[in-house]
Design a protein around this ligand. Structure first.
Ligand code: NAP
Ligand code: MG
Length: 405
């Protein structure tokens, strides 16, 4: 066997929970360590260790990601009441993804992997659509009240000198009702915009953004203006040089265009639009097991992961000693994404080439009909062969080894 590929800078490795933790080790043993002299700074984000460190490990891993620039993350449990007892937790620790995103000030981009046999519900989507969700503010940080008839509701802003500005929301003369206050920050919108522009340049794909600025003439219009200003001042020339486009339209118009498109672009969404539309796209493209995810900070830091969770149901079967058939593809692509980015930043062409071949071997395996049970149930291929997780990985490696010759 040829010499292993050397790395210069470590990638930040964030281990996780349940079935994906099992798959994590298998991927490393079967597909990565035989080819790469892996340099990684390891952080165990498994719930047991998060609890032991009072979640400090999550913060440390995010700081390390800032320092080195590239991380790969395994899916992790976000604790709820049931997990408190299951893991005997000191506290209901926050979602690691939320903590990491807040520290990196990043935007999440989700992109489906397209393979023969898994036909999107919209058959004209022949290229992936990448969706980016602004994960700050709007209704997710709102204040709401029920209002009694006879009340008057106003917005009141008090400036630093104590001056008040008031605006009427509604005079509830005859009926009870509801009100809601939402906000956003220019800084957060600007970070979101820069992450999107950087990602589009990186992917060499057009960027689409939409809001409802015709109705929301101050709030949504602020998003439109900040995007336009940053584009004009910082990205226009780079976009023209790369031969890509930034395109703004109304949210309802963009939906029509997305549905009629062939894919192959990045769709930036406000928080609520992104919440709803990312679930729509994931469903329409077919499988959670084929959805990748990367967190990109405005300063150009990348954290790669699968979009799915820890696949708890499969893990409980695994613990009973059953062979499980879980799809490792999105987690493999998290590794290939991180290694390729590391190769790009450190100018290691062999590492980028390995990442390409790992992805190619993974896709070839599925197109040869070898896949997990859930995917096989959806696939239109004739010669399907559902296999357990380990066999799936070994089959990928058979093809990878041939490509690496
Ligand atoms: P999930 O782990 O994504 O799994 C939901 C179901 O989707 C599975 O039971 C399975 O369906 C199917 N599925 C998902 N990924 C699959 C794969 N790779 N291969 C085959 N089937 C797959 O979501 P969940 O059950 O709602 O959440 C489980 C845990 O994950 C929770 O503790 C949650 O907090 C955490 N979570 C973490 C992240 C993250 O770290 N980014 C994201 C989401 C959820 P069948 O059961 O029908 O086979
Ligand atoms: Mg959602």
């Amino acid at each position: 066997m040829a010499e292993k590929i050397k790395m210069t800078t470590p990638i930040v490795e964030m281990d996780g929970d349940e079935m994906t933790r099992i798959i994590w080790k298998m991927i490393k043993d079967i597909l990565i360590l035989p080819y790469i002299d892996l340099k990684s700074e390891y952080y165990d984000l498994g719930l047991v260790h998060r609890n032991e460190t009072n979640d400090q490990v999550t913060i440390d891993s995010a700081e390390a990601t800032k320092k080195y620039g590239v991380a790969v993350k395994c899916a992790t449990i976000t604790p709820n009441a049931q997990r408190m007892t299951e893991y005997n937790l000191k506290e209901m620790w926050k979602s690691p993804n939320g903590t990491i995103r807040a520290i990196l000030d990043g935007t999440v981009f989700r992109k489906p992997i397209l393979v023969k046999g898994i036909v999107p519900y919209i058959p004209t989507w022949t290229k992936p659509i990448t969706i980016a969700r602004h994960a700050y503010g709007d209704i997710y940080k709102n204040t709401e009240l029920r209002v009694k008839a006879g009340s008057k509701a106003e917005l009141v802003v008090t400036d630093k000198d104590g001056n008040e500005t008031r605006a009427l929301i509604h005079d509830f003369k005859n009926s009870d009702g509801v009100i809601q206050g939402v906000h956003n920050l220019d800084d957060s919108i600007a970070s979101f915009a820069r992450s999107c522009f950087n990602f589009a340049l990186d992917a060499k794909e057009d960027l689409w953004f939409a809001s409802k600025d015709t109705i929301s003439k101050t709030y949504d219009h602020r998003f439109k203006d900040i995007f336009a200003e940053i584009y004009e001042n910082e990205y226009k020339e780079k976009f023209e040089a790369a031969g890509i486009e930034y395109f703004y339209t109304l949210i309802d118009d963009v939906i029509a265009r997305v549905v009629r498109s062939n894919g192959g672009f990045i769709w930036a969404c406000k928080n609520y639009d992104g919440d709803v539309m990312s679930d729509m796209l994931a469903t329409a493209f077919g499988s959670l097991g084929l959805m990748t995810s990367v967190l990109v900070s405005p300063s150009g830091v990348y954290e790669y992961e699968a979009a799915h969770g820890t696949v708890t149901r499969h893990y409980y079967n695994y613990l009973k000693g059953e062979k499980t058939s879980t799809n490792p593809i999105a987690t493999i692509f998290a590794w290939s994404g991180a290694l390729r980015k590391r190769g790009e930043l450190d100018n290691i062409p062999e590492l980028m080439d390995y990442a390409d071949k790992l992805e190619k071997a993974s896709i070839q395996t599925m197109e040869d009909g070898i896949m997990d049970k859930n995917l096989a149930a959806m696939s239109t291929l004739e010669n399907k062969q559902p296999v357990d997780t380990e066999t799936f990985l070994v089959e990928i490696n058979n093809r990878l080894a041939a490509l690496m010759q």
